[in-house]
Design a protein around this ligand. Structure first.
Ligand code: FPP
Ligand code: MG
Length: 327
């Protein structure tokens, strides 16, 4: 996030995020120039840096009002590295040609190199978490396990027209929301937050993460590839039946039946895919928008346990922005 984020009411956290970019580039790759080129590839594309921002804010108003110390900044870098690590692996699994406006790592260097880069970044994140205390790295490991489990269940359910909404939402919780929860947990611990504050931040992060992923999945139908920096329509082509599609399938009327028939085809052509897109836009998008907005409101409500101040207002604005974004 190069320019100060509009939702951020804490100048010091904005300055910390500006310091984070060079820190991330500096710690990528270690001494190995080939690994450095590989691991810096996605980091150079920027990104919203929402997870580090959440970690820094979760520490509370007093700490968020002054420059973060090395421990907090390293922990913020670690959550971003875990996120980026997961994207290296995700792009291999999704066969995604682009990410952050550039060729994905696997399209440039191959699946093996991209997978190694992701694993390397996760290992580096573990090192960066050491100063944050004995519970930090195990919490990150638990989160990585949840990401993998969610991602595996998503892959196992590819092309599954009978995937239930509850199971789908559990997958999204595991593959996305748990990393937001880790950021909140690490920040809350570093800030010495009380048990009720930790619980509120965990609840906020769980709802925010789910809202964020639903907004991401909506953009796969409604967004523009140029703005997003990645291909749209990818979920459908890869057999990832996301919530807008599952919602359109469950809608009353003949369109849902037409959708089912197209998705049963062995090799749907471009006209079929355009028809799916039209049906999902007509009956799947609006209910998911409402669900995402309700989750963002739920995230905002969880903040009631925190003191009024710049951190609380920033987090409330982030929840609102997460479902209103176009990229
Ligand atoms: C993006 O989802 C991917 C994730 C939210 C998590 C992916 C997790 C793994 C691949 C497990 C490996 C984890 C580690 C820590 C190495 P998406 O495909 O819905 O989003 P996209 O549209 O941005 O690709
Ligand atoms: Mg993907």
């Amino acid at each position: 996030m190069a320019a100060p984020a509009s939702w951020l009411a804490c100048d010091a956290v904005g300055a910390d995020l500006a310091r984070l970019g060079p820190l991330l580039m500096g710690c990528a790759g270690g001494d190995d120039p080939r690994m450095a080129a590989l691991t810096r590839h996605l980091l150079a594309g920027g990104g919203k840096r929402l997870r580090p921002a959440l970690l820094l804010l979760a520490r509370g108003d007093a700490l968020a009002a002054r420059p973060a110390d090395a421990t907090a900044l390293d922990a913020a870098a670690a959550v971003e590295l875990i996120h980026v690590a997961s994207l290296y692996h995700d792009d291999v699994m999704d066969r995604s040609p682009t990410r952050r406006g550039a060729a994905s790592a696997h399209s440039r260097w191959g699946n093996g190199a991209a997978a190694l880069a992701g694993t390397w970044l996760f290992a580096r994140a573990q090192q960066l978490l050491r100063p944050a205390g004995p519970a930090a790295a195990p919490a990150a490991a638990r989160t990585a396990a949840a990401l993998c489990a969610g991602q595996l269940r998503e892959a196992e359910n590819a092309y599954n027209l009978e995937l239930g909404v509850d199971e789908h939402l559990t997958i999204l919780h595991d593959k996305t929301a748990t990393l937001f929860m880790l950021a909140a947990e690490l920040g809350a611990t570093l800030g010495g937050r009380s048990a009720p504050e930790c619980a509120a931040l965990a609840s906020y992060a769980a709802s925010l993460g789910l809202a964020f992923q639903l907004a991401d999945d909506l953009l796969d139908w409604t967004g523009a590839a140029a703005t997003l920096g990645k291909a749209t329509g990818a979920d459908l082509r890869g057999g990832v039946y996301n919530l807008p599609l599952l919602t359109a399938l469950a809608a009353p009327g003949s369109e849902a039946q037409a959708l089912r028939l197209i998705l049963h085809k062995r090799a749907p052509d471009e006209a079929d895919l355009a028809r799916v897109q039209a049906i999902v836009l007509a009956s799947g998008v609006a209910p998911v928008r409402r669900r995402a907005a309700a989750l963002a409101a739920q995230a905002g409500a969880a903040l009631g346990a925190l003191a009024q101040g710049p951190v609380r207002s920033s987090l409330a604005a982030l929840a609102a922005l997460s479902v209103a974004r176009q990229a």
